[in-house]
Design a binder for this molecule. Structure first.
Ligand SMILES: [Zn+2]
Length: 292
């Protein structure tokens, strides 16, 4: 992406350095509990995350102090190297989805606030969350939460480097915002509540997540940020790296399809591509799609 002449969103709230919820050695057990709490809410769709539940749990199992990131505790000074990217990508999603909402007769697009945090954050609507859960969207307060140290992790641990991999992560969370303001998330939560089994409930969640990937693709197809060769491949590599099957294979050596909550690597890539090519949110109807 070439960000030099692109503007910045006004909707970034910088909450780094608030010092809240930073945990030292003694906090590991508490941290584990909190992550489990958040992870257990996946099933009811309380917090919509990027798909790292398994990974966060396993990472803590291996190293309780890692918080699921590779950032050393001592170097927790505020990292501003991603600020321009976050501001530009958020602005671009505002432009794109304002346009899309007008075209679709959905009225004014309510721009979400994006909170930058470091280590952990007390959200307005979803309680406390540790960075270990990865970037997430809180439907209750309609805000995006991002610790940019995840981008380093995405690059080093998940093997998905590059600015457009990072842009995809932001656009995916914005996708959850669109699902929330259009009422889709709530419908899916109702379907989940009526589901006869956990596997069925998870299957609805997978459709919701793949829709967010597709919406991220729509943004990628329409953004006015000039792209570089290889940018789309970076996003696809990220989508693949955080597929349920890939994460589970990495974390536990085997794959349990009934427990999927975000879709396979192949599905995540596929729906990003569908949105990217169609540039149209009506292509993103994963709820009624026969093939995911
Ligand atoms: Zn998600």
């Amino acid at each position: 992406m070439r960000l030099d002449d692109f503007g910045q969103s006004d909707n970034i709230r910088d909450r780094r350095g608030e010092g809240g919820a930073r945990m030292g050695g003694g906090g590991a057990g508490l941290l584990f509990l909190l992550v489990r709490l958040v992870a257990s809410r996946f099933g009811i769709g309380g917090v919509v995350v990027l798909g790292l539940g398994f990974f966060a749990l396993s990472a803590i199992g291996i190293n309780p102090l890692s918080m699921g990131t590779s950032a050393p505790q001592a170097s927790r000074s505020i990292d501003r190297s991603y600020d321009q990217l976050v501001g530009a990508v958020l602005l671009s999603t505002e432009q794109t989805f304002s346009e899309v909402f007008r075209e679709e007769g959905l009225g004014d697009y309510p721009e979400p606030t994006l909170n930058l945090f470091s280590g952990g954050v007390n959200t307005r609507g979803c309680g406390f969350a540790s960075s270990a859960v990865g970037p997430f969207y809180c439907p209750a307060d309609r805000e995006v939460y991002l610790d940019t140290s995840f981008f380093d992790e995405l690059s080093r641990r998940f093997g998905a480097p590059g600015d457009f991999a990072q842009a995809y992560v932001i656009a995916h969370e914005v996708g959850h915002h669109i699902q929330t303001v259009t009422g889709i998330s709530q419908q899916v939560r109702q379907l989940q509540a009526r589901a006869g089994s956990e596997a069925e409930s998870n299957a609805y969640l997978v459709r919701l997540e793949l829709m967010a990937d597709c919406l991220a693709g729509v943004w990628a197809g329409r953004t006015e940020i000039p792209l570089d060769p290889g940018d789309i491949e970076e996003a696809l590599r990220a989508a693949s790296a955080i597929g349920d099957d890939t994460l589970q294979r990495k974390a536990q050596g085997r794959v349990v399809p009934d427990s999927f909550t975000h879709g396979t690597s192949e599905q995540r890539q596929r729906w990003f591509t569908i949105g990217y090519q169609a540039k149209d949110i009506s292509a993103c109807d994963t709820m009624s799609a026969e093939r995911l």
